[in-house]
Design a protein. Structure first.
Length: 269
C-alpha cells in the first residue's frame, strides 16, 4: 500500500465499530425498500455508508470515496478520476440476508490505487470475523495469516459456491442437472463468498454478475491467499469500472484448470 499515512488497524477499528453500532442492533428489524434495479436498500445501508465516509475523510480527505448507495452518475465521475486513489465501500453486502434475519452479511471496504485494489477489509459482525489484505503482504483472518495452498482435491469432491441466478440460462441448467462437484452452496453475499473461499470453506466459485463494490475487497483478500481467478471469458476479474464482472475461481491450480475446462465445454454446448 503506497499511502503510508493510513494505519490499517485504525481502518479495521472504524469498519468494525460502525458495523457493531449500526448493523447488529438493526439485524432482522429494518424495513426494506426496493431500488430501481430490484435490489434491496435499508436504513442500515445508509447509516453505515454515512458514518464510514465521514471517518475516512477525517483520516485523509484527498482520497476519493465511492459507495454502493450513490447515484450511478456520481460513481462514474469518481472512477473517471483514475489518477487518484479511491475508497470503494459496500456498507452492507448481503442486504437481503440482513433484512430477512439470515446471518450472512458484511461490510466491505477496499482502497484502489492505479486501477487495482491495494488494501481490503471485510468484516462479518455476526461472527466477529475480519478478513484483511494488503497487496503483496498476504491475507489475514482476525490477525492470523491465511495460509496459501490447501489440500489438493478433485473437482468431483469439491464444495462449490455458485450463484445460479446470474448465470447464462443454459450453463445454470447444466450445473443443476450435470454438476461435476460434490456439493453446492449459495449464501447471497459476494464479499464473504470471496473471503470464505480464501479461507478454504469452499473449493470452487462461480458468479455471473458482481459489481465493483461487491467484489473489490474480497477479490484482493482471495488473491493474497493464493487464489486463482478469471471471468467466464478468461479475463482478469478486477477493472476500475461500473461494468459488472463474472467470477470463476479455485484456490488450487489443478482444480482451477479442471473447473474452467468443465465450464468451457458446457458453455460451448
Amino acid at each position: 500500500m503506497k499511502n503510508q499515512s493510513l494505519d490499517i488497524s485504525e481502518l479495521v477499528s472504524i469498519v468494525r465499530n460502525v458495523a457493531i453500532e449500526e448493523l447488529l442492533p438493526r439485524f432482522a428489524k429494518v424495513k426494506q425498500n426496493k431500488k430501481c434495479d430490484g435490489s434491496i436498500l435499508t436504513e442500515a445501508d445508509l447509516a453505515v455508508q454515512t458514518k464510514i465516509e465521514k471517518k475516512l475523510k477525517q483520516l485523509d480527505s484527498s482520497i476519493l470515496f465511492l459507495a454502493e448507495e450513490m447515484t450511478e452518475q456520481a460513481q462514474e465521475t469518481i472512477l473517471q478520476q483514475s489518477g487518484r486513489p479511491v475508497w470503494v465501500l459496500d456498507p452492507l453486502d448481503g442486504t437481503t440476508n440482513f433484512a430477512a434475519g439470515i446471518p450472512y452479511y458484511a461490510v466491505s471496504l477496499a482502497l484502489i490505487e492505479k486501477g487495482q485494489p491495494v488494501l481490503a477489509i471485510v468484516y462479518d459482525p455476526e461472527r466477529d470475523e475480519c478478513f484483511i489484505a494488503e497487496k503483496g503482504s498476504g491475507a489475514k483472518l482476525n490477525q492470523s495469516n491465511i495460509e496459501k495452498g490447501h489440500s489438493k482435491i478433485k473437482l468431483s469432491n469439491a464444495v462449490a459456491c455458485i450463484d445460479l441466478k446470474r448465470l447464462p440460462e443454459k450453463l445454470a441448467i447444466k450445473i443443476v442437472s450435470q454438476h461435476p462437484f460434490r456439493s453446492q452452496r449459495s449464501f447471497g453475499g459476494v464479499a464473504l463468498d470471496w473471503c470464505w473461499l480464501a479461507a478454504g470453506r469452499f473449493d470452487v466459485y462461480l458468479h455471473g454478475k458482481q459489481n465493483i463494490w461487491d467484489y473489490a475487497a474480497g477479490y484482493l483478500i482471495y488473491s493474497e491467499a493464493g487464489g486463482i481467478s478469471t471471468t467466464l471469458s478468461g479475463e482478469p476479474i478486477f477493472v476500475q469500472s461500473l461494468q459488472p464482472r463474472s467470477g470463476v475461481a479455485a484456490l488450487d491450480k489443478d482444480l482451477f484448470i479442471e473447473w474452467t475446462d468443465w465450464l468451457e465445454i458446457n458453455i460451448a454446448h
